[in-house]
Design a protein around this ligand. Structure first.
Ligand SMILES: *Cc1c(COP(=O)(O)O)cnc(C)c1O
Length: 423
């Protein structure tokens, strides 16, 4: 039996209708921006394996750090114990995060980072004897698939089976260019009419919605409205963090600071599942009390896993090298050039770039759904041509590992141009 045949016997894949899905591709090796399947076919990983892998597959520097940690202290419980890798990660993050972020809480994935932030927002007011139970989120947001994260997410077919079982979430429009005022007004209105605890948002780029972008000034204004009304703000940087937008964090573009930040994905350079939620001192203080009931009763078995911490430290070291920063600028410049080239194409609605993120919306005759027919056609075309891209409906986006070569990038662009001609 091939790997693919064995897979279909035993495995259940994410976001997959197994009755109609194509068989998955068995990948046996990765190096840099390249992947090879079990038959030796080569693919360019143009989406950094769901946005996690900025420094290339099988990265030797991270692998060495992880190996060293595995043979020193692979894991120890974090309740009642601590260790140097966790402390070093905290020190490093506090150095590079927005200045008001002072406390670090570990978990395992993007959804749990969000889950923790939402629970903290709700308990913050519970601890202060204030009744505030509504969470504000953007339309078409994606914050993960666990319950509170799913409640905050607005991609409806992901969540329709669970309507009515969620925490209270009210949605406001994204302040895309030209529609900022509607977003500000909606936020003010929601805050006046509900007891709002927190506002969660993907800063500047909504990844799963199809790399929808909006301006830092608009986000600053929304944060100001929240701050004036003591609504806690949660920046979900799970996708945008660690260089994707051209700065270390998307919030580095924004004049206002959020109360909490969620991190995962590129946090470990795409090697080990780990996540972090960060907080202001004020939030920590609302839980700091002689009363044990005011503590945050949340934890995961693998909290602050030392091996994961070692991968985080190695990843941040790599991100901060002049070479990696130059790579990010190189890819951004290259994307901008490609954008100029195709944005006037008759089949293109619009194209946009921020940092290493590029997206193009292709004209389609019918309203194109998330997993619609154009999406399947495009996806198959890319795979046949050895490029891993996962379009969102009629939107094709690139989010390459920063180490992708110019030659590989050009091949990705060329394949997208051919795909636009084909559909
Ligand atoms: C991917 C993602 C999540 C969820 O992360 P998981 O590790 O898949 O649980 C949450 N928020 C954003 C913005 C994401 O892109």
């Amino acid at each position: 039996m091939t790997l693919t045949e064995k897979d279909s016997q035993y495995l259940w894949h994410p976001y997959t209708q197994h009755k109609t899905a194509q068989t998955p591709i068995a990948i046996s090796r990765g190096e840099g921006a390249l992947l090879w399947d079990e038959n030796g076919k080569e693919y360019i990983d143009a989406i950094a394996s769901w946005w996690v892998n900025p420094f290339g597959h099988s990265n030797k520097f991270i692998a060495d750090a992880v190996y060293k940690q595995l043979t020193t202290l692979e894991h120890v419980l974090f309740g009642g114990f601590t260790h140097e890798p966790a402390i070093k990660v905290a020190e490093k993050l506090i150095e590079i995060l927005p200045k008001n972020q002072q406390k670090i809480f570990f978990s395992d994935n993007g959804s749990t980072a969000v889950e923790v932030a939402i629970k903290v927002a709700l308990q913050y007011f519970f601890n202060k004897n204030e009744k505030r139970t509504t969470i504000i989120a953007f339309e078409n947001a994606f914050h993960g698939d666990t319950f509170a994260a799913m409640a905050a997410s607005g991609i409806s077919f992901y969540t329709q089976a669970f309507q009515g079982m969620f925490i209270d979430v009210v949605r406001i429009p994204v302040p895309i260019k030209g529609q900022e005022q509607a977003s500000f007004d909606a936020l003010t209105n929601v805050i006046q009419n509900h007891n709002c605890a927190g506002f969660i948002f993907e800063p500047l780029v909504q990844g799963a919605a199809g790399m929808v972008m909006y301006e830092p000034e608009a986000l600053a204004k929304l944060i100001q409205i929240c701050a004036a009304n003591k609504v806690l703000t949660i920046a979900d940087e799970v996708m945008t963090g660690f260089g994707k937008t051209g700065k270390t964090f998307a919030m580095d573009y924004v004049s206002e600071e959020p109360d909490m930040i969620c991190l995962s994905k590129a946090l470990t350079g795409g090697t080990i599942p780990m996540a972090i939620t960060t907080f202001t001192q004020d939030i920590f203080d609302a839980f700091y009390d002689d009363d044990i009931n005011k503590a945050l009763f949340h934890g995961h078995t693998f909290t602050a896993n030392p091996t994961g911490c070692a991968a985080v430290l190695a990843s941040i070291d790599l991100l901060q090298t002049a070479e990696m920063q130059a790579n990010i600028e190189r890819i951004n410049a290259s994307h901008l050039e490609f954008q100029k080239k195709i944005e006037n194409h008759s089949k293109v609605i619009t194209a946009r770039t921020l940092g290493v993120i590029f997206a193009v919306e292709i004209k389609s005759d019918s309203e194109e759904s998330y997993y619609g027919s154009m999406r399947t056609k495009l996806y198959n075309f890319f795979i046949e041509n050895g490029v891993v891209l996962r379009p969102v409906g009629n939107i094709v986006y690139i989010l390459p590992p920063y180490i992708m070569t110019n030659e590989q990038l050009q091949k990705v662009y060329k394949t997208i141009e051919e795909a636009i001609e084909m559909v």
